[in-house]
Design a protein around this ligand. Structure first.
Ligand code: B12
Length: 210
């Protein structure tokens, strides 16, 4: 898997979509698709991001790597499970953030486990607060990759608490992985580092709410 992961990263840097998809498919023959996404796509994009920080990778390569992953991820993510679990209303969003890959993975993984949820796309603070209240959402997942957006979550939690909603907020994404206490500082109820943690947290919350 390590060899495939390195080749995958090189294919992204060479902007070779065909090769990248072929490598991901080869990996899926060995392990399930979510494991492969966690082991190939995330390390490759993290390393490419680091390359950008130390000037060894161009922004165009970061951009195209993200686009390629966005395109191929849809072809390998598991389909929704038709046996739906009876769940409270759940939504997922990014907050003033155009990094969509993490959200897409979490959304599809939860759906694949039979957990029904709405994808709000990308919203700003006020739109998000209005929407979750009018939709009567009980569990809100927020995916964030930029630190300024992570700090916006604090405002969302504060506004929702001021309006006396009893909504549960789960946050995730790079800033929360780098600083394992940040979720508490922004007033969220939980955080998860990846899709398998997201499934566990959501299931626990569903149990707690029922
Ligand atoms: C690809 C990428 C892009 C692509 C995004 C493509 C896309 N459609 O998503 C493009 C090129 C568009 C982009 C743009 C920018 N980017 Co960018 N980008 C990245 C990069 C390299 C990888 C991100 C990624 O997709 N990872 C793969 C996904 C699958 O991982 P993930 O999101 O972390 O999700 C996993 C977990 O975190 C978790 N998770 C995620 N969400 C949730 C939610 C919940 C509830 C739970 C439980 C779990 C969970 O589960 C997921 C699966 O395991 C990162 C580097 C990095 N180290 O993250 C920089 C990075 C995030 N970008 C950064 C920056 C600065 C930018 C730009 C401002 C650059 C610029 N100057 O224009 C713009 C801003 C765009 C915007 N306003 O949002 C910075 C942010 C720095 C900071 N501290 O704020 C980073 C960290 C790079 C860096 N080191 O400087 N970027």
């Amino acid at each position: 898997m390590d060899y495939l992961a390195k080749q995958f990263e090189l294919a992204l840097l060479a902007i070779d979509r065909v090769k990248a998809e072929e490598l991901l498919r080869q990996a899926i023959e060995k392990e399930n698709s979510i494991e492969c996404i966690e082991k190939l796509i995330i390390p490759a994009l993290t390393s490419i991001g680091e390359g950008w920080e130390n000037d060894s990778v161009a922004l165009s390569q970061v951009y195209m790597s993200g686009r390629i992953c966005e395109e191929i991820i849809d072809t390998v993510l598991p389909p929704a499970d038709s046996r739906k679990i009876d769940t409270p209303l759940i939504a997922i969003t990014t907050l003033e953030d155009y990094h969509f890959l993490g959200k897409r993975i979490i959304y599809s993984t939860l759906k694949a486990c039979g957990i029904e949820l709405t994808d709000y796309g990308r919203l700003d603070n006020n739109e998000l607060v209005e929407k979750v209240i009018s939709d009567n959402i009980k569990i809100l997942l927020i995916s964030i990759l930029m630190l300024p957006s992570a700090l916006q979550v604090k405002r969302v939690c504060k506004q929702l608490k001021e309006k006396n909603t009893r909504i549960k907020i789960i946050v995730g994404g790079a800033p929360f992985r780098f600083d394992r206490q940040l979720w508490k500082e922004v007033g969220a109820d939980a955080t998860g580092a990846n899709s398998s943690e997201a499934i566990k947290i959501v299931n626990n919350m569903i149990e707690g709410l029922s």
